[in-house]
Design a protein around this ligand. Sequence first.
Ligand code: FES
Length: 107
Amino acid sequence: MKKNEDYHFIGLSADIKKAGVFVKDHLVVYYAEGRFYCFSKQCPHLPEVGDLSIGAFCPINKTVKCPAHAVTYCLNTGIPVREAHRRLGSLDLYEPIELEGNLFIKI
Ligand code: FES
């Protein structure tokens, strides 16, 4: 970690790895195949409706599908996978950082 950057504590890495999915505040963290994925819990389409913590996470395609209207977001870019959905907005992604048994995100 660099001194001039702000970090937000998410939780203990081992707990998140064991659970596979973890929700804290407005964030969702998934752990799969040796990697953490962190993104906003609220779907960009209709934030008050779409809860991505109960969406369909796919570690193979690195996507999450919103349970409300099935928009699927790429977890590398935050952009909807389907061209027709791109006008709905992009998902906020956060960089997870594991340090000494703790997981942080850069904010
Ligand atoms: S609220 Fe998520 S796709 Fe519509």
